[in-house]
Design a protein around this ligand. Structure first.
Ligand code: AMP
Length: 284
């Protein structure tokens, strides 16, 4: 595995592969790699010959300075894990490399895809930050396929939209959420969950399970499904920031469970803000 830090080095390194027609895969991450990231890397290694992992803690997508400051960073550990999972190129640019002096271009995905859920709670800047950095990474690497996680379902929709709207010639693949044994979705922020907060974090999975069970039990009223999910969080003393029952493609709230349905939840547990979701197939 090679580590490169500049766009010029990255392009020079990838040029022979591109000329030889070897397929390039990109896995964008903010580091602090866990099994969720590694599952994307393994999938990339299975589907493409050259696997680029980008490691960049993107300051523009953080809406809280304290979250950015506390974000875990360990490039040496990440490099070792990435190589084992089949990564061939580690791209770890500096902030200045990504945002050079005078930088003033932003990619904005408008409309309900960004105006709801994470966008509504973290502010419009969050998805502007994500859309801009992902567009840049796609332009820097020029992958045939880029791999993202269903854990960030809304982010995946936003990226699919911008790739289509801006005619970026990359296929977007969305991979399943990887969880801890007890169901907690893997997240780089989980290392900041201490003591009983680690147990309380299971409130999110409990909510999603309750929604799944309600639909499996025949409930077709979206508000009732939401109420069941909400009630499942109460024993954990965790209040959702949002708990939404929506169309998985448009994120428009559902009134009835009459098609595939995404249930998405965000909650603060101690100092840490967590998100999770489940895709419930159409009961019809
Ligand atoms: P992050 O480093 O948190 O920005 O995540 C980088 C990529 O890994 C994103 O596409 C995430 O959706 C994906 N990812 C994060 N956590 C998980 C998980 N538990 N399972 C699958 N993919 C994940």
């Amino acid at each position: 595995m090679r580590t490169v830090r500049t766009v010029a080095e990255l392009r020079a390194l990838l040029l022979p592969d591109r000329r030889a027609g070897r397929r390039i895969g990109l896995v964008p991450t903010m580091g602090a790699l866990h099994d969720g990231h590694l599952s994307l890397l393994r999938r990339a290694a299975a589907e493409t010959e050259v696997v680029v992992l980008s490691l960049f803690v993107n300051p523009t997508q953080f809406d809280e300075a304290s979250d950015l400051a506390a974000y875990p960073r360990d490039e040496a550990a990440d490099a070792a894990l990435a190589e084992q999972a089949g990564c061939t190129v580690l791209f770890a640019p500096s902030v200045h490399e990504v945002y050079p002096d005078g930088f003033c271009t932003t990619v904005t995905v408008d409309g309900p895809l960004t105006g709801t859920l994470e966008g509504a709670h973290r502010g419009a800047e969050h998805f502007q930050g994500v859309a801009t950095v992902v567009t840049k990474l796609l332009n820097m690497v020029g992958p045939d396929v880029a791999f993202f996680g269903q854990k960030d379902a809304q982010q995946a929709l936003v990226i699919r939209r911008l790739v289509r709207d801006l005619d970026i010639p990359a296929r977007i693949e969305v991979c399943p959420t990887v969880r801890e044994d007890d169901g907690l979705a893997r997240s780089s922020r989980n290392v900041r969950l201490h003591g009983e907060d680690r147990d309380r974090a299971l409130a999110l999975r409990a909510a999603l399970r309750a929604a799944e069970d309600a639909v499996a039990g025949g409930e077709r009223d979206a508000a009732a499904v939401r109420d069941a999910a909400r009630a499942a969080m109460t024993p954990f003393s965790v209040d959702p920031e949002y708990l939404a029952v929506v169309d998985p493609d448009t994120l428009v709230p559902r009134t009835a469970i009459d098609g595939d349905t995404l249930v998405a939840v965000a909650a603060r547990v101690g100092e840490v803000r967590l998100i999770d979701n489940t895709l419930i197939p159409s009961p019809r």
